[in-house]
Design a protein around this ligand. Structure first.
Ligand code: ADQ
Length: 486
């Protein structure tokens, strides 16, 4: 069996971590089923450049990590990755900061990652690279002679092509993507947006086979919705019933990020209390939102905004013995997540845009099937493509948010049971094993196709070649038609 080499910007020590983001959770789960190792940044910033990777093994997981320099941290991590790619891919061009020097550092860190990893690669390894920090890494590995299957998976959404085209280096990024055998995304809508972008940026063409031709390469672009491990959240029958709080709890668990729609949520909650005074003192919103990327300006702004909003709402509606919003600036320990989800009457998950959103799936999987809570889910979370039986809501529309909250609070038991049963089936069917296995299988196949071990058929390949050379002449017109085909 081939080794699986997982690569992501940040490698987490799960024994030490109190909080883990969605990417680490997904990678860790996949590595428990494959031999191999996890390569990336150890989270440390060292003044001096240190190219020697640190190898560690714990709980059956092997990690190989390097540190970043202060310049790498500022310009690669906070800069190009989180102040350019993150906002643009989330369709927040207004927050993007195209600073000189960011892109050069982004490239040099990708080169450093590639040159440290390349000597560790064995001929049968399958390399799976995660997320927007590392788009150019496959191209750098190819330059070093690595011919193994290399796949990319983007955990965050792909905004509309028009936004992506505003990135000054968009053509170079498109070329970098062409070095992958497989590009995996979370949703069908992301697949459409990326194909549209590649067509407009570098005249990529959708082939009749469903693959995309970009420059002289062909790649597969498909969606693989990330799942969770539902058994981590289900309650064993032997467990004692979980105590539910006297005041019905609405739970919010997010990283403190402007994409998560937290101000909209707080405002809608205030409006709900204003319009439905009969529910005051009976419900409370508990929002966990630990800060991330605090030195990026937009993150400091959102923190200040939320503190002001929760203070204003608590000041206006609060009583001596009731605080409407319990806003907690810490991560929730993972061991306690299940019980907190299960004892909360409503899971309120309303990002403005989100790749998938694992919290929504964790909430569903934690519910008591005989007396489940209700999931309110943003129509702009990737998970909404799958979780159609949630109360779907437009987080930009305050009236819709207030109405959704009212519907969820008033929902009769039989409807809660029916919705939750369907949601739980969907979450179980698309679990994290399904996600990583199907991605791994597709990547292996795509890699073999590239190196000619599995040609679709000689005739088909020739036909595609002819098609591609005639259409080069009519590139812009053709690319438009190909989009219509897709
Ligand atoms: P995230 O933006 O981190 O992930 P999400 O999918 O919700 O978002 O995953 C968060 C994970 O971290 C969950 O497992 C959750 O339990 C945990 N978490 C979040 N806030 C927490 C808190 N306050 N305390 C404790 N744990 C917390 C990125 C993308 C998502 C995509 C994932 C996985 O932005 O869209 O779903 O990757 O692909």
């Amino acid at each position: 069996m081939s080794r699986l080499v997982m690569v992501s910007n940040r490698v987490i020590d799960f024994n030490a971590a109190t909080q883990a983001g969605g990417v680490s959770v997904a990678i860790y789960d996949a590595l428990t089923r494959h031999k191999g190792f996890w390569f990336g940044w150890n989270g440390q910033v060292d003044e001096t450049e240190n190219a020697t990777p640190q190898v560690a093994e714990s709980g059956g997981h092997k990690t190989v990590t390097i540190s970043l320099t202060p310049d790498d941290y500022n310009e690669f991590y906070l800069g190009y990755s989180n102040s350019v790619l993150w906002p643009v891919l989330h369709n927040r061009l207004d927050l993007a900061q195209f600073e000189a020097g960011y892109y050069a550092r982004y490239m040099s860190v990708n080169e450093k990652f590639a040159s440290t990893l390349a000597p560790l690669i064995e001929p049968d390894d399958v390399i799976w690279i995660h997320d927007y920090h590392l788009v150019p890494m496959a191209l750098e590995l190819r330059k070093l002679g690595i011919d193994n299957p290399i796949g990319f998976f983007l955990h965050i959404p792909v905004g509309p092509a028009q936004s992506l085209l505003a990135i000054p280096e968009h053509k170079a990024l498109a070329r970098a993507l062409s070095a992958y055998d497989l590009v995996g995304l979370q949703t069908q809508s992301d697949v459409r947006n990326l194909m549209d972008f590649l067509q407009q940026s570098v005249f990529g063409r959708l082939l009749p086979s469903g693959r995309m031709r970009v420059f002289d390469a062909e790649l597969d672009i498909s969606c693989f919705p990330v799942g969770i491990t539902p058994s981590d959240f289900a309650t064993p029958a032997a467990d004692l019933p979980i105590e539910t709080p006297e005041i019905s709890r609405i739970i919010g668990i997010d990283r403190l990020d402007y994409t998560k729609g937290l101000p909209q949520k707080f405002r809608a909650f205030g409006k709900f209390l204003e319009e439905f005074p009969e529910h005051r003192r009976k419900i409370g919103l508990s929002q966990f939102a630990p800060p991330t990327r605090e030195s990026v300006e937009a993150y400091a702004d959102i923190r200040a905004e939320l503190e002001a909003l929760s203070g204003a709402i608590n000041g206006r509606f609060g009583e001596l013995d009731w605080v409407p919003i319990n806003y907690i600036h810490r991560p929730m320990p993972r061991a306690e997540l299940r019980d907190v989800y299960r004892s909360s009457r409503i899971g309120w998950v309303t990002p403005l845009m989100d790749g998938m959103n694992l919290v929504s799936k964790e909430y569903v999987a934690s519910q008591d099937p005989a007396d489940p809570g209700v999931l309110i889910l943003s129509m702009f979370a990737g998970a909404a493509e799958q979780l159609r039986d949630a109360v779907l809501v437009n987080p930009y529309d305050p009236l819709d948010m207030v109405q959704a909250l009212h519907t969820a609070i008033e929902m009769p038991l039989d409807e809660r049971i029916a919705r939750n049963a369907k949601l739980a089936r969907t979450v179980a069917k698309g679990d994290s094993i399904t996600w990583s296995n199907s991605y791994y299988r597709s990547l292996t196949k795509a890699g073999q196709r590239r190196i000619g071990k599995v040609a679709p058929s000689a005739r088909m390949t020739d036909a595609l070649k002819k098609l591609s050379s005639t259409s080069k002449k009519k590139s812009s017109l053709k690319s438009h038609e190909a989009h219509a085909e897709g």
